[in-house]
Structures are given as C-alpha cells and as structure tokens.
Design a protein around this ligand. Structure first.
Ligand code: ATP
Ligand code: MG
Length: 465
C-alpha cells in the first residue's frame, strides 16, 4: 500500500495512530478556535454598529456604547482566561438524571446566580462510545443562540467529569408534566405542539436534525414556555437508534400480550409508572423515533416531525401509540406503524387532532412539513394560534415559582456520589482513561452574552483590583 500523507495507516501501532490523531485534533482546534474568536469579535462589533445605526443614535451616544462594548469584550477575554471549575459552584440539589450522568441545580459562588449543571462521567462516555455525542452537544449548544434552545454558559472538565453549565429552567420537563396529568386538553396540546413546532424549526434552520425529540427533552421555562434541550444525539449515534440493537437484544420474553389487552386507562397507568425508568436507561426508548431513522436507507429533518406526532398522541391519549412492555416490541410496532397506529375509541379526540397526528406519523415522503414549516403552521388544528407572539403570551399552563432556585416542578432524586472523587476513582482506575483525555479537548467554552446579560462580574474585578 502506498503511503500518502500523514494519515494513520495500518502499519502504525495503535498507540502511534492515537498520537497522530491527538496532535491533529489539538492543532486543528487551536487554529480554528483562534480564527473563530477573531471572527466572533468582529461580528459582535458589526452587530453593535448596525444596531446603533438602526436606532439612529447620536455620535456621543455611539461613543458611550462603543466604550461599554469594549469593556465587555475585555471582561470576556478575562473570563476566557479564568479557569472555571467545580469549586466555583455550590451544588444545591439533584434535579434530573440521565443515562450518562445527572443534572444539578447549582449556584455560582461569586455572583449568586443559579444554573443547571449537567455532569457527565468521562469513563462512562469512553466506555459507551459517547464522545461524538458530547462534542455534538457542545457544538450545537454553542451555535444555537435562540429563544427556543436552552442556553449554555460555561463548560469545563476535570479528571473525572465533563460539566455543562446551562440556564436553569424551573418549569421542569414535559415528561414530568405528562406523568402528573392523565391527558392534556386539546387547547393545551395545541399550545405545546405549536411552540415545539417553532423550536424544532429553529434548529432545522441552523441545519441540525434533532432525531431525539421526546417529552424528556422539552423543558419549560419560568413562564411555562417550551425550550429544547439535549442535543447529544444530533449527530452522534446512540444505541437507541441502531436497528440491530433491537433485533439482537435476546429476549425470551413472551410478546406483550397482556399489554395489548389492557384498556386505555390501565395502559396509561402502566406507561406512566415505568416512564422514568426508561429515561434513565442507556437503551432509551424507541417510542418517539421515526421508522426511517432505524433503517439504513437514510433520513432527513422530517424525522423530527414524526416524533412530534407521537408526543401529540401521548398528550391527548395518555400514552404513546407504540408503547409496549419491551423496547424490542416497541421497535417492531414502530416499524409496523401502518397496522399499529390506532386510536382507542374510549378516548375520544377531535378529527382535527387525529388528522394532524396522522399527517406527522406517516411515510416521510408524504409527511406534513415536507414543503416547509408553513404547511404545518397552517394546519387546521392550529387555527387561532398567534405564531408571531406565542412566546410572549401566557402559556397554556402557568408555572408557579416562589424563588429563582425553586425545584418544586422536579421530582425528588436521591443525592449521588458523582462529585466524590474517591468513590469514582475506585470504580474506574484513572489509568483507564487518563491517556484518552485528548478526546475531550476543546470542551471548555464560555459565553459572551452570559456575562453581562446576567450582570456577572468576576470577583477579581470587584473592589478595584
Ligand atoms: P440523554 O437524553 O442524552 O441521555 P440525559 O437524559 O442524561 O441526556 P438531559 O436530558 O439533558 O440528560 O437531562 C436530564 C433531565 O434533567 C431532564 O429531563 C430535565 O428534567 C433535567 N434538566 C436538564 N437540563 C435542564 C435545565 N437546563 N434546567 C432544568 N432542568 C434540566
Ligand atoms: Mg434526556
């Protein structure tokens, strides 16, 4: 075989290959970061000038604004150089758990601001080949600067974990809301589905496909409006999406005969009872995934609209259309949707609603949204929705929050030992992953807006230091 260029070739040892990749990644990141930083700075400057033009400011006013902006840039640079770490945050409470770690409510010690901190165990990620996953998550959160997406402010890492510091959404998630309620009314469903349409469309416009739209990833802000979280799967490949994974899971279990014969009420109860367990498992639930995503033939952004159809069904009926006793059984039902997607006669819903669900959950070639989001927005089910102002108007269900760190909309989670290094290291000897640390390179990120929008002044800047 002829050697062409410095790509790792088969005659190299694994160790050498890894070193080559490591160097390459390091260099690429270094330069693309420098360029990106410069470009971002220029863009912010341009944006400022443009805004001042639009506002028709006088020269003197412009001068003041420019100087304030320059100060903000300096502050940002300084923040970029400060190394944030775990010790800068006080952990208040565990508010969520997922397959690879947990989410905590934390408070930044110097400013007192509260955030949600997602903690991911490096060892678990390497073990479960989730590195593509985490990089993808970081990438989209950085890029998506939208009202519809959970904002990320900082990220950092230590030997054991990766940490994402995001805005805390006190309204909880849609999964928890659905577990509390039997069903939602058509009006409430219209509101949540409409907002999620706009949220999904906003990430599509950025060129991303979510692929993992499900109620656990729809968060509610302090006023009860929807935001998307969890971009881990935008480009990565999680087990839950692998066809062979479901085919090969050997289950000698009988088919879910008992489940099939339950009435809607019992189905909903069983579903809600087992739901949280499903959210924690690495396998995940295939309930919301479009059939074409499972197939090797490819898929496009329309797969997100399928998932929304499944959620809409769950909101109105009380459980999702393909739910079963095992993920394998669910997978089979999704693939066989033409027969399995039915509406229980004992839970009546309007024809408009039924029609839209069937327009979301069908072959992608015929699916609503194929010709653009307008097609969805003008569907009869959304009659009366004020698309332009929906986010400023009162939400269908308002959220009651007593303080900025109110966690009453979250379930109780027991304290864990994820932040205790002694326990963690004994399970995963450091040597296992220390040499792999380069895969997490470029993970650290700080957000320009997070800084002054929240009035956060680093402590070293206070008291005239
Ligand atoms: P994955 O779905 O990729 O396995 P995960 O389930 O481990 O990820 P998330 O879905 O991001 O992690 O978070 C788990 C739960 O934590 C969410 O369902 C939600 O209840 C809570 N949560 C996550 N982010 C926030 C946030 N910014 N504010 C409030 N709660 C959050
Ligand atoms: Mg999740």
């Amino acid at each position: 075989m002829a050697m062409t260029g410095p790509t790792p070739c088969s005659s190299m040892s694994n160790h050498t290959k890894e070193r080559v990749t490591m160097t390459k990644v390091t260099l690429e990141n270094f330069y693309s970061n420098l360029i990106a930083q410069h470009e971002e700075r220029e863009m912010r400057q341009k944006k400022l000038e443009q805004m001042m033009e639009e506002e028709g400011l006088k020269d003197e006013e412009k001068r003041i604004r420019r100087s304030a902006h320059a100060q903000k840039e300096t502050e940002f640079l300084r923040l970029k150089r400060t190394r944030l770490g775990l010790e800068d945050f006080e952990s208040l409470k565990v508010i969520g758990r997922g397959a690879f770690g947990e989410v905590r409510l934390v408070q930044k010690k110097d400013t007192g601001h509260v955030y949600a901190m997602k903690i991911l165990r490096k060892a678990d990620m390497l073990e479960k080949e989730q590195v593509g996953h985490i990089r993808a998550e970081r990438d989209i959160l950085v890029e998506a600067d939208s009202l519809w997406v959970v904002k990320m402010f900082y990220s950092f890492q230590d030997k054991l974990n990766l940490y994402l510091i995001m805005e805390f959404l006190p309204g909880g998630d849609m999964m928890t809301l659905l577990m509390k309620k039997d069903t939602l009314t058509e009006e409430e469903t219209q509101f949540y589905i409409a907002e999620t349409v706009l949220a999904i469309d906003s990430i599509h416009q950025l060129g991303f496909i979510h692929r993992d739209i499900k109620p656990d990833n729809l968060l509610l802000d302090s006023k009860g409006h929807v935001k998307l979280s969890d971009f881990g799967l935008c480009t990565g490949l999680k087990k839950a999406h692998r066809t062979e994974f479901y085919r090969n899971l050997n289950h000698s279990l009988p088919s879910d005969f008992t489940f099939q014969n339950m009435n809607s009420k019992r189905k909903a109860e069983t579903w809600k009872r087992n739901r949280r367990q499903l959210a924690f498992s690495t396998v995940g639930t295939p309930d919301y995934i479009a059939p074409e995503v499972f197939m090797q033939t490819g898929y496009n952004k329309l797969c997100d609209w399928w998932s929304l159809g499944v959620i809409m069904y769950e909101m109105l009926i009380g459980y999702p259309p393909f739910c079963s006793e095992t993920p394998q059984e669910t997978y089979k039902k999704v693939m066989n949707w033409k027969e399995t997607l039915t509406f229980p006669p004992e839970v009546p819903i309007s024809d408009k609603a039924k029609d839209l669900i069937l327009r979301f959950c069908c072959e992608w070639e015929h699916r609503i949204g194929a010709s653009g989001v307008e097609e969805i927005k003008s569907n009869l089910f959304f009659e009366g929705v004020d698309w332009e102002h929906i986010r400023e108007r009162p939400a269908a269900i308002s959220i009651e929050i007593k303080s900025i760190d109110d966690t009453s909309n979250f379930d109780e989670f027991p304290e864990s030992d994820i932040l205790k290094p002694t326990v963690a290291t004994s399970n995963h000897p450091e040597t296992d992953y220390k040499n792999k640390d380069w895969v997490f390179i470029n993970y650290t990120y700080k957000r320009f807006e997070g800084l002054t929008a929240r009035g956060a002044i680093p402590s070293y800047m206070k008291a005239g230091k």
